[in-house]
Design a protein around this ligand. Sequence first.
Ligand SMILES: [Zn+2]
Ligand SMILES: [Zn+2]
Length: 154
Amino acid sequence: MSDFRLEGGCQCGAVRYVLTAPPIMAYACHCKQCQRICGSAFAVACAVLQDTMEITRGELARVDWTVESGVHRYGEFCVDCGTRIRHGSVPDQGIYSLRGGTLDNKDWTYPVAHIWQSSKTDWIKLPDDALTYDGQPTDYTPIIVAYRTRMGLE
Ligand SMILES: [Zn+2]
Ligand SMILES: [Zn+2]
C-alpha cells in the first residue's frame, strides 16, 4: 500500500492534504451537529488513521466541543476559507474523521452506513443495502467490512 495516494483540500485551495492509505470506512452521519457543521442534511465521514494523513500545504485552525456522551471532540478547518477538513477526539484515538467532500476523488466517500437515523431529515431516502443505526454505532466492524468489500480492498 506504500504507493497509495489520495489527495484533497479545502474550497479556496490553501489547504491540501494527502492520504497514504485508503480510508478505514466511510459513513453518513445524520446527527444534528453534523447537519449544522456542514450546512446540509448529513455529513459524509471517512475514518483515516492519523499516521496516513499528511497536511501538505496551508494552515488549519481548530474548534473544540463536548458531545452529549461527554466525549471531547475537535474540528480543524482552513484558516482562509473555513472549510472543515477533519475531526478528532481527546483523548486521541489515532483516527481522524475526514470530511469526505474534501477529497478530490469522491469514489472513496461512498457511505455504506447511515448513523443517527433518529435525527435524519425526512426527505432523505436511503439505499436498500445501507447499514443503519439510530445513534452512534457501538461496533464499527460491520461498517468496516462493508466498506472494504465495496471498495475491493482485501
Ligand atoms: Zn481554504
Ligand atoms: Zn454527526
